[in-house]
Design a binder for this molecule. Sequence first.
Ligand code: UDX
Length: 442
Amino acid sequence: MTLRSGGRPPGSPARRVAVIGAGYVGLPTAATLAHFGHTVVLAEREPARLDALRSGRMPIVEVGLDDLVAEGVATGSLSFTGSAVEAVRGAEFVFLCVATPQRSDGSADLSFVEAAAKEIATHLEPGAVVVNKSTVPVGSATMVEQVIGRPDVSVVSNPEFLREGTAVVDSLKPDRIVVGADDAAAAAEVAGLFGATGAPLIVTDATTSETIKYASNAFLATKLSFVNALAGLCEEVGADARDVLLGLGYDKRIGFEFLKPGPGWGGSCLPKDTRALLHIARQAGYEFSLLAGAIASNDEQLARVVSKVEEACGGSVDGATLGVWGLTFKANTDDRRDSPSLQIARHLVALGARVQAFDPTVEPQPDPPEDLADLGLCPDPYEAAAKARALVVLTEWDEFRWLDFSRVFSLMARPAIVDARNLLDPSAVRRMGFRYAGIGRQ
Ligand code: UDX
């Protein structure tokens, strides 16, 4: 990826920034702020991750991130430390980019945010601004303010809207910047850090800003649940979902983005944030039944894909060998958190299938991580297809489209494909002799 040269808009000063947490949000955020000319110290407490960064290796798969980080390191704008306390020394702005995992009741676990706030509280510079970038429940800015307990320090909400796989582009050219705070001057200063993006700016109170983040992800999830349910309807009435969605997408009020039917939505954000918003609504005494329906509809979509595989195997997968292509929750990431692909693969195993899986980001290993323990991991897509009664395409890795399908055909026990991403050309594979089932298409 070629980077445009960065820099601040004329007249805007370079600021000293600390970023706490070098994950999917913190790392692109730190590298982007460095690209904009600010001096950024990124704190990562996990030694393996820190070592990787220091030696120029990226701890996550993210297109263009290596170049952006290398640029920051080369210009001296970006440096790394294992200590949050050290990072905040001299910093005017401190971004909290730590994880907010999900508790069993659907609510967000704020213990990492709280711990980070506690750790840095007494070390913050006088007048520093703490920026909550992690997705946090409504009211969290106040919680962080209380934990820090310093009248001279302001807390500002500045949610991220990064998509994994395109986080660098999304950071450099965001659709919008949202900043929420009671302290208008602090909000304006945080907004100024991103002046170089030229993105529309929404300055509001912290509660509204925190709600915007959840509302965005809940809306996207609801849109996809509608799309997947519509694809199911198309199959029943004999319509082609792709053309139906094309017809919808040209309506500017609907748009083409987020209209692809698939195995269901997943990842580290949409499932977690929809459940968290539902939890927030219930706690506030508001029954958000539309959102509850979108979540239930997503579970139905996973089940629909499993049924398609059963159908492709003649009614049951019990005892069947199945080839699976793709385990990450979407292409161009190595993230398998809440991955519909992985959930479907494991569900098939639970139904008695022997699953041979290939994913470009997963190395076959003698002692695989727990989430992969039930699966046979293959070094290439052909091995995954060998002797399979059906091949299930679960993640939309582009490279799957360009494989030698005559070879795949000759390797399989029974040439049936279930394409849960509508990635392949049905007529081309049918011409070769495959049975083909996609989503919402004949
Ligand atoms: C999402 C939001 O898009 C982002 O703004 C927020 O900051 C974090 O959560 P991400 O989790 O990276 O980003 O994934 P995204 O690209 O939004 O996809 C979410 C899920 O929807 C994936 O499972 C994906 O496969 C699925 N999806 C997306 C579809 O099935 N069809 C589509 O058309 C788009």
